[in-house]
Design a binder for this molecule. Structure first.
Ligand code: GTP
Length: 323
């Protein structure tokens, strides 16, 4: 049992509530404001006198009424405090955020505690809202999440083309190869290489070559399905794994891609650059011992396309090359 408060202690407590760096609001059962500390005054621009007996819900129309009143009624009915965190809802009341360093948040992120207040008769007829400014923590977490996403992106994708990088693409191939083997389903591979790329680099410079790689990658991404795996395999060598696709389907895809690359006009510093690509197409065979064989088959077919004059497609099947 604590001793009853004398009047000076009550005064101190009011002073503390006034000056702490969290928002304190007391509402009656009609959501009318009974107490409003200086944090609330400073951030809302409205004094305690101005808001006294006004409905919080009317003053802050951004509050989701059904959600908020349900939370409050639950807290009162069960006689327990409830919480809302910024990850669920960024804020309860919209306050401007003053972020001198980052300037990343226009609005204050808030965690809110809803605390039923018991009267002397032990009934809860008021509720206290404690509003915490958690903008710094929220921004730090958001930045960390963004950095992690970016890192993940960098770890899996090739920086120049935006396609899957070779290591990640090979991991995908290994996984898909095992899956198709298990389900005895089809999958095909298109391996292609930009023709005479060295000449293009030598004539127009490495950066012109980079732009061609970027544009070829863009077209490849556009032509591939969501379920396909398009990757940059080497310098000017690309690869697309087509799950659930047989040799004929892969040939059609490769032909469409070859035509699109041939029709590409790449703008580079006032020049219009064009290019073609040679392609090798292979499909998974029952007797292929591993995914490496699929790459080898497509590579051999690509080699034949180069030997046959470039800008064409060669199909590989069961280790036999067919034009
Ligand atoms: N601009 C640029 N060039 C690259 C990049 N990666 C590789 N290369 C260049 O690509 C060229 C590939 O040349 P080669 O392997 O001789 O092939 P090619 O000239 O395309 O000839 P074929 O494949 O036989 O048609 C080399 O000059 C590499 O320096 C890159 O990221 N950017």
């Amino acid at each position: 049992m604590t001793a009853p408060l004398d009047i000076s202690e009550l005064h101190w407590m009011l002073d503390i509530v006034q000056s702490i760096d969290v928002g304190v609001v007391v509402l009656n059962r009609d959501y009318r404001i009974q107490a409003w500390n200086s944090f609330m005054e400073n951030h809302s621009g409205m004094s305690a006198n101005q808001v006294a007996q006004q409905s919080l819900l009317d003053l802050f129309p951004e509050i989701d009424r059904p959600w908020f009143t349900h939370k409050v009624e639950t807290a009162i009915m069960l006689g327990i405090r409830t919480f809302t965190i910024w990850e669920q809802r960024p804020y309860l009341v919209r306050f401007k955020s003053y972020q001198p360093i980052t300037g990343l948040a226009d609005e204050m992120y808030q965690n809110v505690t809803i605390l039923p207040l018991r009267s002397i008769s032990a009934t809860s007829d008021h509720v206290c809202l404690i509003i915490y400014d958690v903008t710094n923590a929220a921004i730090n977490k958001r930045q960390l999440q963004a950095a992690n996403t970016q890192l993940q992106e960098l770890a899996l994708h090739d920086g120049l083309s935006g396609l899957l990088n070779r290591r990640h693409w090979e991991n995908c191939l290994e996984r898909e190869f095992a899956r198709h083997r298990r389900h005895n389903s089809q999958a095909s591979l298109v391996l292609f290489d930009i023709d005479h790329f060295k000449k293009l680099n030598d004539s127009h410079g490495h950066r012109a070559g980079d732009e061609v790689i970027r544009q070829v990658a863009r077209v490849t991404r556009q032509m591939a399905r969501e379920s396909d795996y398009a990757g940059r395999y080497g310098g000017e060598e690309f690869v697309v794994l087509l799950p659930h696709t047989g040799l004929e389907g892969a040939r059609q895809f490769a032909e469409r891609l070859r035509c699109s690359i041939e029709q590409l006009n790449v703008d580079y510093e006032g020049l219009v650059l064009t290019c073609t690509a040679s392609m090798g197409v292979a499909c998974m065979e029952e007797d292929m011992p591993g995914y490496g064989m699929l790459i080898e088959a497509a590579d051999r077919a690509l080699y034949r396309s180069k030997a046959n004059g470039r800008n064409c497609i060669t199909l590989s099947k069961a280790g036999e090359l067919a034009l």
